[in-house]
Design a protein around this ligand. Structure first.
Ligand code: GTP
Ligand code: MG
Length: 186
């Protein structure tokens, strides 16, 4: 794993998929689960821990990118603006970036900041998809309704959303296939 403070400092990569989402949504847990290797990304109970752009090598040759979580209120204004500039710069200017996965808490649905992020990605024509995390926290009987609701509030079709649980390791295979397709190069 390498990490960088500015996207201009990132090493070259043939293909990248980036994970964005608010702090605590489960980005690092998902990357860990996908890597099937504990301790690859730092997982913590403290929002805002992942403050650098962290890169993880995909076996296919591409790169998984764990971006800093947005929307952590306790971060001072100046630092927050710095994060935003870094994330926006990366999302707009990073050439090998193929797909942005926007992580949304499956139990609570998109927050205001998630909706702003989706709107911003759409407006800037950055390819993206939504991953609903922590599906294990939604009672099985509630899942069909929840899927419909969450898709509608993201302005997407139900089929456009990956549902995953990193703790129960469900839904990972479908996401894995998409990543393999994008990140297998050469
Ligand atoms: P930052 O790095 O602070 O931006 O957070 P993050 O998005 O990387 O979240 P992280 O993976 O550290 O997970 C935050 C909390 O959610 C931790 O307590 C995890 O154990 C929990 N969590 C993550 N994924 C799941 C899941 O699939 N199910 C459940 N029940 N809890 C989860
Ligand atoms: Mg993290």
């Amino acid at each position: 794993m390498t990490s960088a403070k500015r996207h201009a400092d990132l090493p070259a990569s043939p293909a990248e998929v980036a994970f964005v989402g608010r702090s605590n949504v489960g980005k690092s847990s998902l990357i860990n689960a996908l890597a099937n290797q504990r301790q690859l990304a730092r997982v913590s109970n403290t929002p805002g821990r992942t403050q650098l752009i962290n890169l993880f090598a995909h076996p296919g040759g591409g790169t998984l990118v764990d971006l800093p979580g947005y929307g952590y209120a306790a971060v001072p204004g100046r630092e927050k603006a710095g994060w935003q500039a870094m994330i926006e710069g990366y999302l707009l200017e990073r050439e090998p970036l193929d797909l942005v996965l926007v992580l949304v808490d499956g139990e609570i649905g998109p927050t205001k900041l998630d909706s702003q992020m989706l709107h911003w990605l759409r407006a800037n024509e950055v390819p993206h998809a939504v991953v609903a995390t922590k599906s294990d926290k939604v009672r099985p009987s509630k899942r069909p309704g929840r899927r419909q609701q969450l898709a509608a509030s993201c302005g997407l079709e139900e089929g456009d959303i990956f549902w995953v649980s990193s703790t129960k390791r469900t839904g990972l295979d479908v996401l894995e296939r998409t990543l393999n397709g994008l990140l297998t190069t050469g």
